[in-house]
Structures are given as structure tokens and as C-alpha cells.
Design a binder for this molecule. Structure first.
Ligand SMILES: C[S@@+](CC[C@H](N)C(=O)[O-])C[C@H]1O[C@@H](n2cnc3c(N)ncnc32)[C@H](O)[C@@H]1O
Length: 254
């Protein structure tokens, strides 16, 4: 198994620990993440379970399509399983997979419909994961973080339930050239619904603390706010992504 940071003789526990920071690998923690990875074409490298009978019974009930994957899993028992991740997933399954190679320039230049979600310098992997999950559900054309946290790190994969495999997802350093208009989600903008939004746009969301930078705001063709009751300062980042994606016309999910 060729992995960029993993020596050939690493133990099982060492492989899972090194993979957490490996830019080519994804750690899928739990049956939910494994299920979505598998459904959306992840190349699975290792699948490890605590108790094969227990995980198989769960999969039989909630995701029978994953059973073929579990037949090839390595069963290791409580103690060895607990050594594979800082927090043991309750479903007792964990996997290593190759990340998808994403060509961000191509996504931003592509003619297809569906909005691209751009998160500027997000800091919370759980928020990024939740945004990936709703972007996948709504049929967005991609989700990119501009600086900030990596959307493939294990905590973001957990929050995204492995749906990083369902659409182009990557961290980028600069915004690639695009003919899509930028729509900034900003508490100072026009109320959502007041102006028609082009479905083939880049929806820009700011970081949890600082909001959108002045330079991205200056490039935006439109600024939109989600109306809120007086006294509420902002929505959670992923909640804002969900509201806007489902308000847009022409998402692939409809
Ligand atoms: C937690 S908010 C950041 C709040 C930040 N203190 C600010 O002043 O913008 C994260 C991002 O979610 C989006 N957001 C949250 N609530 C919003 C709202 N009511 N209208 C538009 N965008 C919103 C914005 O893009 C914002 O930058």
C-alpha cells in the first residue's frame, strides 16, 4: 500500500495515526462515513472493525449495501480497536481510504449548473463537515475552503459523514479564475429572495469569527443576508450554507 507518509512496516495503529495528517489519505470513522465513502466511489485501503458480528448486524439494518465491504474487514477486538483513533466511534468501524484528487481550477471553470460553495478561512472542522454534507445533499457543484481548515481532515470527514466523496471538495490557497458571479453571504446584504440569484454562482461564506474579508466582498456581484430576528447576530456557518443552497433555484437535488 503506497502512502505518502506511512512507512511500509508501520503497525495498524501507526498507519491509522499517520493517516490523520496524510494529505493523500482519509480516515473514515464510523459506519455512516464508510457507507458514503463506499457509495460515492472511495478507494478503500483498510477496513477495521471491533466486532464483525455487531457491525454487520447494524449494517444489515441501516446500510445493507455496505455488507460486501465488511466481509473484507479486519476484526481486532476492543483494545486494539481503541488504539486506532483518539475517540473510538460508537459503531465500531474505521477505514482508511485514498482522498479524491480534485482539480479546483476545473470545477470553477466548468460549465455545469449548481452553485459552488466557498468557505473563506473556516476554523471549525465540524462546521466544514456539516457544510459538505448539505452541499452534497443539495447537489452543489463543489465545496472549497479558501485557506483555513482542510475539509478532508478526520473531524471534517466525521461531520460530513464521508460525503467529501460525493462532490469536488478541497482546500485552496487562491480563488481560481471563474466566470461564475460571486455572491457574498453577508449580514449587511440585501435580504435573501429580494434579488434573483444565478444558480451557477460561487456562494461565499465568511469565517466563524471574522466574516468575509474586504477583498472578497469587493469582488462580489451581490451581497445577500438571511433575515434574522432582532438581537440574533448570525447563523452558524453550516446553517447559513443550508439555507442559501435550498433557497437557490436549480439545485441538482430538485
Ligand atoms: C458565524 S457567521 C460569522 C459571523 C461574523 N461575526 C460576521 O460578522 O460576519 C459565518 C458566516 O456565515 C454567513 N452568515 C451567517 N449568518 C448569516 C446571515 N444572517 N446572513 C448572511 N450570511 C450569514 C456569513 O457568510 C458569515 O460570514
Amino acid at each position: 500500500m503506497a502512502m505518502s507518509t506511512i512507512p511500509p512496516h508501520a503497525t495498524l495503529a501507526e498507519r491509522f495515526h499517520l493517516a490523520r495528517r496524510d494529505p493523500e489519505l482519509a480516515v473514515l470513522e464510523g459506519l455512516h462515513a464508510l457507507k458514503h465513502g463506499y457509495r460515492f466511489g472511495a478507494e478503500l485501503l483498510e477496513v477495521v472493525v471491533r466486532d464483525l458480528a455487531a457491525v454487520s448486524a447494524l449494517a444489515e439494518r441501516v446500510a445493507p449495501d455496505v455488507l460486501p465491504v465488511l466481509r473484507h474487514a479486519q476484526s481486532v477486538g476492543d483494545v486494539d480497536f481503541a488504539a486506532l483513533a483518539p475517540v473510538t466511534h460508537a459503531t465500531g468501524v474505521i477505514a482508511l481510504a485514498r482522498r479524491l484528487l480534485v482539480d479546483a481550477a476545473r470545477s470553477f471553470a466548468a460549465a455545469g449548473t449548481g452553485a459552488i460553495v466557498l468557505l473563506e478561512r473556516p476554523t471549525q472542522p465540524a462546521n466544514i463537515g456539516a457544510a459538505v454534507r448539505v452541499a452534497a445533499a443539495a447537489g452543489a457543484a463543489g465545496l472549497f475552503t479558501l485557506g483555513g481548515e482542510d475539509p478532508w481532515r478526520p473531524a471534517a470527514l466525521r461531520g460530513g459523514a464521508g460525503l467529501q466523496y460525493a462532490l469536488p471538495v478541497a482546500r485552496i490557497e487562491v480563488l481560481p479564475p471563474t466566470d461564475r458571479p460571486l455572491v457574498a453571504l453577508d449580514p449587511e446584504g440585501d435580504p435573501l429572495g429580494a434579488v434573483p440569484l444565478p444558480p451557477r454562482c460561487v456562494l461565499v461564506f465568511g469565517s466563524e469569527r471574522a466574516g468575509i474579508s474586504g477583498s472578497l466582498l469587493a469582488r462580489a456581484a451581490a451581497r445577500v443576508r438571511i433575515p434574522m430576528r432582532a438581537g440574533v447576530s448570525s447563523l452558524n456557518l453550516a446553517t447559513a450554507v443550508a439555507v442559501v443552497l435550498y433557497a437557490l433555484e436549480g439545485t441538482a437535488a430538485r
